[in-house]
Structures are given as C-alpha cells and as structure tokens.
Design a protein around this ligand. Structure first.
Ligand code: HEM
Ligand SMILES: [Cu+2]
Length: 528
C-alpha cells in the first residue's frame, strides 16, 4: 500500500490514474442516472430544481475534468515510456505530484456536495455572472474553482512531462517518424494543454477575485463584462474538446491496425493531421459564442469547418487501414468500430452547429446535448473501453473475457444510441438543456422515456464490464506477453512489465518493431 502511495513508477502512476478516473466516472454515471430518472416522464418531482442543477453540473464536470481528459493522461503515463522504449517518464517525481494534485483536486470538487447550499450548480462552464457570489453564494462554487485549478495545474505538469519524455527519452533507433501514433497524439494533446490550460487557471483566478476580493471582471451589475469570461473560458474550452479526443484517435489508430493485420495506412498523414487539428482548434473558440453577437461569426464558422478536413483524413486512413485487411472482430476492435460509427454522427452534427444559422436554433437545446454526447460518450468513452480491453493484459497480466466483452459492447452500443439519438429530436422540438422538467407536449414524453431506458441499458453494460473485471482477475488465466500480436514496443516486454520496463529491446526499424521482430520475412519486404 505505502509502496503504491509513494511510487514514482510511471506504470503504478498510470494504474492509479485509471483507478481514480474510473471512480470519478462511477460518480458521474450515477449522477447521469439521477438526471435521466428525473427526466423520465413530464412533470416529475424526483429531484427539485436546485438539486437538479447541482447534479448536472457535477455530472458534466466530473465526466470532462475528472474522467475523459485525465484518463487519456493516465493511459499515456502507462504507455508512453513502454512505447518509446524508455525506463520511465522524464520527471518521475513531478509525475507523482501531478497524480496526487489531480486526485485531491477531484475530491475537492466533489466535497462541495457537503457544503451549505450544496455543490456548484452553474454548469460545467460556470458562466459568469451565474457563478458570481451575488447569484452562487455557496462554498460549493469555491470548492469547484479551487479543485479544478488543482486538476488544471496537474494536467499542465503532466503535459510538460509527456513532451519532454517523447522528445528526449526514445530508445536508440526510434526516430521521430517511428514514434507510435498513440504517443504522437499525446504530444499534440500535451501541446494543446500547455496552450489552453493557463488561460483556464487565469479565468478561475479572476472569478475568485470577483467572488471574494471585490473584483469586477465579469459581473455586469458592477460594470464587468461576462463576454470576457466566455472568451477566456472557451479559449480553453474548445482545445479541451480535442484534449478529450486526440488521445482516443491514437487508441483507435493502434487498435485498428493490429486487428486488421496491416500496417497503419498513412502514418505520416495521421501524425500531421493530429497537429493540424491541434493547431486549428486554437482558433475556433468563439463558435461557442455565435449567439452572443459579440464575435465575427463568419470567421469562426469558417475555421470550424476547416477542422473537418484533418478529421476526415483520419477517417480515411482508418478505413484505408481496414481495407482488404483480415479483420478480427475482437472486443477492442468492436469498440473501435462503435467509436467510428458514433463519432461520425457526432462529427456531422458538429459541422451542422458550426454553421451559425443552424446554431441559432440548436444552441442550448437538447440537440447540442446529443451532439456532444456522441463525440464524448459514443466517441471517447467507447475508445476508453477499447483501450481497457486491449491493454488490460499488458497492464494487469490478465485478459478480459471475450464473451462477456462482446455482450458489454452490444449492450453499451444499443444503450448509448437509444439514450442519445432521441435527444436530437427533443432539441428540434424545442426542449432546452439544463431544465429539470418539461411539459407533455409534442413527442417529448416518448423521446425522454426512450432516453431513460437507454441510460438504464448503459448502466447494465457498465456493470457487466465490472463483472468481467472481477471474474477475469479471479480466474487469472495466464496470458502471454503479446496476446493480440501487437505492433509497438510495449508488447516486447513481459505482462505486466518489470520495473524499468525492458531487459532488452528489439531492433527498431519501423513504427512497429514488435511486428518486425515476429514477422522478419514481411518486415524485410515492407521496410527497405
Ligand atoms: C453514461 C451515460 C450518460 C448519460 C445518461 C448522460 C446524460 C446527461 C444528461 C441528461 C445531461 C443534461 C443535459 C442538460 O440538461 O444540459 C448531461 C449533461 C452533460 N453530460 Fe452527460 N451523460 C452521460 C455520459 C456523459 C459522458 C461520457 C460525458 C463525457 C464527457 C458527459 C458529459 C456531459 C456534459 C459536459 C454535460 C453538460 C453539463 C452542463 O450542462 O454543465 N456525459 N448528460
Ligand atoms: Cu468548440
């Protein structure tokens, strides 16, 4: 126990991230079920309006800041040194510091539930003046701000660590163009964090000054400007969206290649598109502000459309990788295919709301809720499951059950679409987001009932996954070091890997050294 709490080993730290983020996912998931219970039928009285506000605020906050984004960093912690053939991260103690800052920051946010007045209730965006002391007086909002400042600083430290590690600690032979795609995507993610999180910490500081030190940055009642809050917040907020998707583009790319039994199609394009997406995403923040009338909609709309191009490149390359491959529909691959289908829908509605005339209708409606859940839930969350199934044997030395895994996938996929597809229509029929109840008009009762049933199915899927973990860990069926026929260096060492990772390294002549090692004849043909 003490060995874990004081560890600076990147693998232990990675595992602790995975455990901590899973805990926060559990909390956020329970809150999601509370939301869907309240919204199951019209005029429900299960949660009152104030409780509802807290519940959706902490749900969104935990999903974004405490689960989807930091899970990627945790996975990176485990994988990057292994993938590039290094013994650890560049700054192991900084790494441990970041982990504990994250955990205590997350707990600080949650502790708001015990404050008088309850947890923060101004949404995951904490828009001013709603989050100002005049309207949100409780300490819950302060704990939210302080807690997220801690997790933000944690992310900045980890991002620094990742960039330095990938640039300086690669094994001999691993040139820049042989770095595995996941590690590349994490470099792009880290650069985004380094650019986007300092403004977030700044806006939090300004909000605290407003709340407690008599500042007047954002409250129009005292001459402040709430649009300034939105600029600073979204200057962080849009890049954050990519912090929550680029790692999973990496996960998907690696898994698709392994289970298509082909090299990644368009390796260089995949790397460049990650940086194109990262770069462009710094210039689109005001598409969250079309309806404020305070920004140049034409510019931000055009920039947002441009992002579809490098994203399309990724889809093209994934399909190219699968093309004529001998595809094996293992559980990780199923989750990856689910990711692609769901993310495609979220991507299409994303392009729609990047168009101001459509956004004026969709803004703050359930259409938007459907859009971002398709990207984050159907996309990132499915990739997280894919990653867990794929790397579980490496991390814990135990393989999860393929039989339960396929059921888990089927139930989650059906449940997800049943929950969120109807939300497009709720939005079109005018149901605003962040409302705690709605009248029995149009098709709202039917659509909401479907969504709640779907959410129940998703809960079953998650429980089934937990069951799978428990059963598989109990059984402890031994797996080899490389159960899937993996490509990258993590599959060259034992499962789980020893301290400092490698006793010897295979020669590195391409971006898939372990494949080359096991199939020398093919490697000789493909690599000059
Ligand atoms: C697991 C099943 C999930 C269900 C049933 C669910 C359901 C909901 C519902 C009903 C809302 C309220 C919408 C509103 O009133 O604006 C909501 C908000 C939200 N959800 Fe989820 N959600 C789920 C998973 C996720 C995931 C995986 C993420 C990933 C990041 C996420 C992020 C958010 C965010 C950011 C909000 C907005 C909160 C706010 O308005 O401040 N949710 N969710
Ligand atoms: Cu955006």
């Amino acid at each position: 126990m003490i060995a874990w709490l004081t560890s600076t080993d990147h693998k232990k730290i990675g595992i602790m991230y995975i455990v901590a983020t899973s805990f926060f996912f559990g909390i956020a998931g329970i809150l999601a079920m509370l939301i869907r219970t309240q919204l199951a039928t019209p005029d429900m009285t299960f949660l009152g309006p104030h409780a509802f506000d807290q519940v959706f605020t902490i749900h969104g906050t935990a999903m974004i800041f405490l689960f989807v984004a930091p899970f990627g960093l945790g996975l990176a912690n485990f994988l990057i040194p292994l993938q590039i053939g290094a013994p650890d991260m560049a700054f192991p103690r900084l790494n441990a510091t970041a982990l504990w800052l994250f955990i205590f920051g997350g707990l600080t946010v949650l502790s708001g539930a015990f404050a008088s007045g309850g947890a923060a209730s101004s949404g995951w965006t904490a828009f001013a003046p709603l989050s100002e002391i005049r309207i949100s007086a409780g300490a819950g909002q302060d704990l939210w701000i302080v807690g997220l400042t801690m997790t933000s600083i944690s992310s900045i430290l980890t991002a620094l660590n990742i960039v330095v590690t990938v640039f300086l600690l690669r094994a001999p032979g691993m040139t820049m163009w042989r770095i595995p795609i996941f590690s590349w995507e994490m470099v792009a993610t880290s650069l985004l964090i380094l650019m986007a999180f300092p403004p977030l910490v700044t806006v939090f500081a300004m909000l605290l000054i407003d709340r407690h030190l008599g500042g007047q940055f954002f409250d129009p009642a005292h001459g402040g400007n709430p649009v300034l809050y939105q600029h600073l917040f979204w200057f962080f907020g849009h890049p954050e969206v990519y912090v929550m998707i680029l790692p999973y583009f990496g996960v998907v790319t690696e898994i698709v290649a392994v289970f298509s039994r082909k090299p990644v199609f368009g390796y260089v394009e995949l790397v460049l598109s990650a940086f194109a997406i990262a770069g462009l995403s710094m210039g689109v923040w005001a598409h969250h502000m079309f309806t404020t009338g305070a920004v140049t909609n034409l510019f931000f709309s055009a920039m947002s459309f441009l992002i579809a191009i490098p994203t399309g490149v990724k889809f093209f390359n994934w399909i190219g990788t699968m093309w004529k491959g001998s595809i094996e529909f293992s559980t990780p691959m199923l989750f990856v295919i689910g990711f692609m289908l769901n993310f495609l829908i979220g991507g299409i509605t994303g392009v729609m709301v990047a168009s101001p005339p459509i956004d004026f209708h969709a803004e703050d409606s359930y259409f938007l809720v459907a859009h971002f859940h398709y990207v984050l839930g159907g996309g990132s969350l499915f990739a997280i499951f894919a990653a867990l199934y794929f790397w579980f044997p490496k991390i814990f030395g135990v393989k999860l059950s393929e039989r339960i895994g396929k059921w888990t996938f089927g139930i989650l996929f059906a449940g997800f679409n049943l929950t969120f597809f109807p939300m497009h229509f709720m939005g079109i029929e005018g149901m605003p987001r962040r409302v705690y109840t709605y009248p029995a008009i149009e098709h709202l009762p039917l659509l909401n009932a479907l969504a709640t049933i779907g959410a129940g199915l998703m809960a079953v899927g998650v429980l089934l996954f937990l069951l799978d973990v428990v059963v598989s860990v109990r059984k402890r069926e031994p797996v080899g070091d490389d159960p899937w026929g993996g490509y990258t260096l993590e599959w060259a060492t034992s499962s789980p890997p020893p301290e400092f990772n490698f006793t010897s390294l295979p020669p590195i002549h391409s971006e898939r050294p372990v494949f080359d090692l096991h199939h020398p004849a093919v490697a000789a043909e493909v690599t000059p």
